[in-house]
Design a protein around this ligand. Structure first.
Ligand code: ATP
Ligand code: ATP
Ligand code: MG
Ligand code: MG
Length: 878
C-alpha cells in the first residue's frame, strides 16, 4: 500500500456539504488491490487484536460489529484504513464519525475520506492507519507499543491545538448562534463574523475594549486611586520603590497583617498575603521585586476571594475562588493528598484545563507551618488544609459559583466600578467575608479590576451552576440582531465565471456598497486590485471575508479550490452555477461530466435555506441541482419558451429570461424588463449569446439580493471590460479594414460560445487560429476541429509552445482529423508556431473580415495585433 496524496478539506466539499473537516487520502493498494480482507490469512484476527474497539463501528450492516463482519466476509483495504483512521482518533479522545471510501477510475487506487477535528491529527491518523493495516497484512500484528505511541501523538496534537478555556467558550457560543469564526494568523486573534460586520477578540478582550481602560486596570495603584476618589472601598495601601521605605509603608497602612504585591503583576505572581512579621515582610518584598520594580504595600483584609464578571455594564457571573487545598482522610500525608488531588483528569498545566494542578511555592510551607503541619503530617479526616494563600485558579484553586448570592448593592457597585475604569468586559476581585451583604457593612474591598478576565471559573465552576458568560459577550458584540455576516455570492460553472463575477460585483457596486471580489485575474476590493493572480480558492475567499471594509463578497469559485480544500466559507446567500461542460476531466479523480456537476453543485448546495441557488435552466445538469439544494431556486434561461422555467414561475418562482431582445426578470405575473441586449456593451451588441446568459445570471443573483432593477440596469449599461481588465475575454480590435478577436476559450463549450458570436458576424470572411492546451483529452481536440470547421471559412491550426507532455504535432493532427470529419473540403493549414500562425492570419485577413485567435499567450497575441496599428479597441462595445 502506498499513499499517493493527502489533502485537507476545510469547507463544504465534494464529499459532504455539512462535514467540512475531512482528510482525503489517495491510496494505491498495490498488491492488495486483488485481495479483499477475507483472503489475507490472519488479517481479521490481527485487526481485532490490535483494535478490539472496532466492534463499535456499525458500517453498512447498521449494527454493532457491523464493520468487523464486513472485514470477515471480505472488504477492500481502503475501507479498512478508513475505519482504522477514525478509530485511532476516537481512541485519542477526538470524536469523529464520518468516512467514505471510493475506488477511482484507476483500478487499485482508492480515495479514502476521513473526518478530523485537528488537521495534523487527521493526517497522522491516516498515515498511521495505513501503517497499522500493512503491518497486520505482513506480520499478522501491530505492536502494542507502537499503537500506544500513535495514540499518545494524536492526543498531543489535540491538546496543542486547543484554544484555551475562555476562547473555547466564546467560539462554542458563536457556533451555537451561527456566527462564523476563524483564527487569524497573529496574536491569537479570533475573528467573529465577516467583513465589515466582524468583531475581533483576543482571549476576553474585544475590539471595543478601550486601551485606556486596560492600561488603567493593569496599574493597580492608579486603579485604587481613581476608585478611592469615587468613594469605592479599596484596600488602604501605598507604593514603594526601595526596601528602605518598607517600614514606614507598613506603619502607613496600619501595621500587620499586610499584603505585599508587585504593582503590575497578575495571576498571583509575586504576591504574599497575611504577612505578620518583619522577616516575612522582607522576604515578600524580595519576591515581589522579581516581578516588578514598584511594590504595593496594603492592609490585609480578612475574607473570601470573589471574582465578579461584568460584561457590557452588567454583572453576569460571580465566583468564589477557594485557594488550593486538600481535605484530610485520616490516613494519607499531605504530600500524598496533593498527589492524589492532582491525579484528577480535570487538572492540567497552566490555563489549559478546567482546573490546574496544585504546585507548592515558598509561601505554602509557611502556610502549612501556621496551620501546624508539614508535608508529612496526616491531617484528621475532613479537615481542610490550605496550600496556597491566594485563590488564583492557576495556582490550583477551585471555583464555586455565587452568582445568585451577590447582594444588589454589590451588583450596583461592581457595575459602577467597571464603568469608572472604562472596560466592556472586566473581572473584579473582591475580598469580603460575605458577598451577600453590602461591602460597606462587612469591611469588604475591591482589590483589583482585571481586563481580559478568564472565563473558566464561570463556565466550569467546581461547585455550582455553570454560567453562559460567552452568551453575554455575543449579545454585546452583535446587539439587537445585528448580523455578523455579509452577503456572500459565489459563482461557479465551467465557463464565464470571471465575467459573471466581475459583472455581478459591478452591479452590486451600484448600491453604494463596498464589494470585495475574487477572480482568476486577481482579488479586488471596490475599485482596486488587492492582489493579482488566480484567486479562486478558499484563501482568496478568506482574504475578502476577513477584510474589515468589505460589505458584500462576490467570489469566483473554481473547481480546483473546491476539490483541493473545499469552499472558503460554510454558507452563501447566493450560489450561481452557470454551466457544466467537459473541461479538466481526468484531473483530481473527476473523470466524467456528471462527477464534475457533482463537484460544482457544492456551490448550489452550500446556500442558506432562505438564500438562492441561481441555476441555468438551459443546462440539464445545472437545472438538476435544484433537487439537491435546500435553498430557493432562481432560474435563468435564453429560451423564453422554457417549460421548466414556465412551471417554476407559475409556482411563484423567480427567473431571468432573454425575451424579445430584452433581459428580463420574471416573477409571478410580472415581467420586469431590465434592458435590451443591444444596449449592454458586454453582449457585443447582442451578438454574443453566452454573454447575454452571463448577464442574466448576474442580474438574477443581484435581484434576489434585493438590488433594484434600476441599479441592475445601470450596472449592465456601464460594465465595460477593457483588454487591460479582462485580457483574453472576447477582446475585439478594429484594424481598419478588418477586425481581430482574441479569446482564451479552451474547452469545447467555450469554443461553441465564441462560435455563436462568430456566426453572428455577417460582414465578411472569418479566419480562425485555433489550438488548445496539450493536457486535454484527444477527443477534446477532435471536437475543437469539428467546431472550427463549422464556424470558420479558413482555419490555421497551431499548437502551444508548452505542449504539456504531448508530442509536437499530435494536437494539430487531432484537430485536423476533426476538421476533415465534418467538412472534407474545408480550407485550412497547420502552422505549429503560434506567432507565425497569428501573423499569417493577420496578413491574409480580407476586407470586413474577422480573425479569431484562441492563443496560448494572450499578451503575445494582443502585442502582435497592436503592431498592425489598432484603430480602435472595440471591446464589448455596441
Ligand atoms: P489575578 O491576576 O489572578 O487576579 P493578581 O496577581 O492580579 O491576581 P491580585 O488580584 O491583586 O493579584 O491579588 C490576588 C489575590 O490575593 C486576590 O484575589 C485576593 O484573594 C488576595 N489579596 C490581594 N490583595 C489583598 C488584600 N489587600 N487583602 C486581602 N487579600 C488580598
Ligand atoms: P476560467 O476557468 O479560465 O477561470 P471562467 O469560467 O472564469 O474561466 P471567463 O474568464 O469569464 O470564464 O470566460 C472565459 C471564456 O469562456 C470567454 O472568453 C468565453 O470564450 C467563454 N465563455 C464565457 N462565458 C461563457 C458561457 N456562459 N458559456 C460558454 N462559454 C463562455
Ligand atoms: Mg486579581
Ligand atoms: Mg475565471
Amino acid at each position: 500500500m502506498r499513499i499517493l496524496k493527502i489533502q485537507t478539506l476545510r469547507g463544504p466539499n465534494y464529499w459532504s456539504i455539512r462535514r467540512h473537516k475531512l482528510i482525503v487520502m489517495r491510496l494505491d493498494l498495490e498488491n492488495l488491490a486483488e485481495m479483499p480482507s477475507n483472503e489475507i490469512p490472519g488479517f481479521y484476527e490481527g485487526l481485532v487484536e490490535a483494535l478490539p474497539s472496532l466492534e463499535g463501528h456499525y458500517c453498512s450492516p447498521g449494527c454493532r460489529g457491523g464493520f468487523l463482519m464486513r472485514v470477515r466476509e471480505g472488504t477492500m483495504m481502503g475501507h479498512v484504513v478508513e475505519h482504522v483512521a477514525l478509530e485511532l482518533q476516537e481512541l485519542a479522545g477526538m470524536h469523529v464519525g464520518f468516512g467514505r471510501t471510493r475506488e477511482t477510475a484507476t483500478p487499485g487506487i482508492f480515495q479514502v475520506v476521513i473526518e478530523y477535528l485537528n488537521e495534523e491529527a487527521g493526517r497522522y491518523a491516516g498515515r498511521a492507519a495505513v501503517r497499522l493495516c500493512q503491518s497486520i497484512v505482513d506480520r499478522g500484528r501491530y505492536p502494542k507499543a507502537e499503537l500506544e505511541q500513535d495514540i499518545q501523538d494524536l492526543k498531543d496534537f489535540w491538546r496543542d491545538s486547543s484554544l484555551g478555556p475562555s476562547t473555547e467558550a466564546i467560539v462554542k457560543e458563536a457556533e451555537k448562534r451561527g456566527i462564523p469564526w476563524m483564527q487569524l494568523s497573529a496574536r491569537f486573534l479570533i475573528q467573529l463574523g465577516y467583513g465589515v460586520n466582524q468583531k475581533r477578540m483576543q482571549a476576553t478582550m474585544t475590539d471595543n475594549t478601550g486601551i485606556l481602560g486596560v492600561e488603567l486596570a493593569c496599574d493597580k495603584e492608579a486603579t485604587k486611586r481613581i476608585l478611592a476618589a469615587a468613594g469605592v472601598p479599596v484596600p488602604r495601601g501605598t507604593v514603594i520603590n526601595f526596601l528602605d521605605d518598607l517600614q514606614e509603608a507598613i506603619e502607613y497602612v496600619g501595621g500587620y497583617p499586610i499584603v505585599i504585591k508587585p504593582l503590575d503583576g497578575n495571576h498571583g505572581r509575586g504576591i504574599t498575603i497575611d504577612i505578620r512579621t518583619w522577616d516575612e515582610a522582607e522576604a515578600a518584598y524580595e519576591a515581589a521585586r522579581q516581578v516588578s520594580r514598584s511594590i504595593i504595600i496594603e492592609r490585609y483584609y480578612i475574607g473570601r476571594d470573589h471574582r465578579v464578571l461584568v460584561v457590557d455594564g452588567k454583572v453576569v457571573a460571580v465566583a468564589e475562588r477557594v485557594p488550593a487545598h486538600v481535605v484530610g482522610n485520616g490516613r494519607s500525608t499531605i504530600a500524598e493528598l496533593i498527589e492524589e488531588t492532582n491525579l484528577d483528569p480535570n487538572r492540567g498545566e497552566g490555563h489549559d484545563n478546567v482546573l490546574t494542578k496544585i504546585e507548592l511555592d515558598r509561601t505554602s510551607y509557611q502556610l502549612l507551618e501556621r496551620q501546624g503541619y508539614t508535608l508529612n503530617s496526616v491531617p484528621p479526616k475532613g479537615t481542610i488544609c490550605y496550600l496556597r494563600a491566594t485563590a488564583n485558579l492557576s495556582t490550583g484553586g477551585i471555583a464555586v459559583d455565587r452568582t445568585d448570592e451577590i447582594h444588589p448593592e454589590n451588583i450596583w457597585l461592581a457595575q459602577r466600578v467597571v464603568k469608572i475604569i472604562g472596560l466592556d468586559i472586566a473581572g473584579l476581585d473582591i475580598v469580603t467575608s460575605d458577598i451577600s451583604r453590602p461591602l460597606r457593612e462587612v469591611d469588604g474591598v475591591i482589590v483589583e479590576v482585571n481586563a481580559a478576565p478568564g472565563f473558566r471559573m464561570h463556565v466550569a465552576p467546581s461547585i455550582g451552576i455553570p454560567r453562559n458568560v460567552a452568551g453575554a459577550v455575543m449579545d454585546m458584540l452583535f446587539s439587537n440582531q445585528q448580523s455578523s455576516r455579509i452577503p456572500i455570492l459565489s459563482v461557479t460553472g465551467t465557463n464565464g465565471k470571471t465575467t459573471t463575477t466581475r459583472l455581478l460585483a459591478h452591479i452590486y457596486k451600484q448600491t453604494g456598497k463596498v464589494v470585495g471580489y475574487t477572480t482568476t485575474d486577481g482579488t479586488y476590493i471596490g475599485e482596486y486590485l488587492v492582489e493579482a493572480g488566480d484567486n479562486t480558492g478558499p484563501q482568496s475567499a478568506h482574504l475578502i471575508l476577513q477584510d474589515a471594509t468589505v460589505e458584500v463578497a462576490v467570489l469566483e469559485t473554481a473547481r480546483g479550490g473546491i476539490l483541493r480544500s473545499g469552499l472558503g466559507f460554510e454558507t452563501a446567500n447566493v450560489g450561481v452555477v452557470l454551466n457544466v461542460a467537459a473541461d479538466h476531466l481526468g484531473i483530481g479523480d473527476i473523470d466524467t461530466i456528471d462527477q464534475l456537476a457533482n463537484l460544482k453543485s457544492v456551490v448550489a448546495e452550500a446556500v442558506f435555506p432562505d438564500g438562492y441557488a441561481v441555476l441555468n435552466a438551459d443546462d440539464r445538469r445545472v437545472a438538476a441541482m435544484a433537487e439537491k439544494t435546500k435553498a430557493n431556486i432562481a432560474y435563468f434561461t435564453m429560451n423564453p419558451d422554457s417549460e421548466l422555467v414556465r412551471k417554476h414561475i407559475q409556482k411563484g418562482g423567480v427567473a431571468a429570461v432573454y425575451e424579445n431582445g430584452y433581459l428580463s426578470i420574471v416573477k409571478g405575473d410580472w415581467t420586469h424588463r431590465i434592458e435590451r441586449a443591444e444596449n449592454i456593451p458586454l453582449t457585443m451588441g447582442g451578438r454574443a449569446p453566452f454573454m447575454i446568459a452571463n448577464a442574466l445570471a448576474a442580474s438574477l443573483a443581484a435581484f434576489v439580493q434585493n438590488v433594484t432593477i434600476e441599479q441592475i440596469r445601470a450596472g449592465l449599461k456601464t460594465f465595460r471590460a477593457s483588454v487591460s481588465q479582462t485580457p483574453g475575454r472576447m477582446n475585439l480590435f478594429n484594424l481598419g479594414n478588418f477586425h481581430a478577436l482574441v479569446d482564451y476559450a479552451h474547452n469545447p463549450a467555450s469554443y461553441e460560445a465564441v462560435g455563436a458570436f462568430v456566426r453572428n458576424w455577417n460582414t465578411g470572411e472569418k479566419i480562425g487560429v485555433v489550438g488548445g492546451p496539450g493536457d486535454r483529452r484527444d477527443e477534446d481536440f477532435v471536437t475543437l476541429g469539428k467546431l472550427a470547421a463549422d464556424i470558420f471559412d479558413y482555419i490555421i491550426v497551431k499548437e502551444d509552445d508548452d505542449t504539456r507532455g504531448r508530442p509536437r504535432g499530435s494536437a494539430s493532427d487531432l484537430i485536423t482529423k476533426g476538421i476533415t470529419q465534418v467538412k472534407p473540403d474545408c480550407r485550412f493549414e497547420s502552422i505549429l508556431d503560434e506567432t507565425q500562425a497569428i501573423n499569417k492570419a493577420l496578413d491574409m485577413a480580407p476586407d470586413n473580415g474577422l480573425v479569431v485567435i484562441l492563443p496560448e499567450s494572450v499578451s503575445r497575441a494582443i502585442k502582435l495585433i497592436k503592431l498592425r496599428g489598432v484603430v480602435k479597441e472595440e471591446i464589448q462595445q455596441s
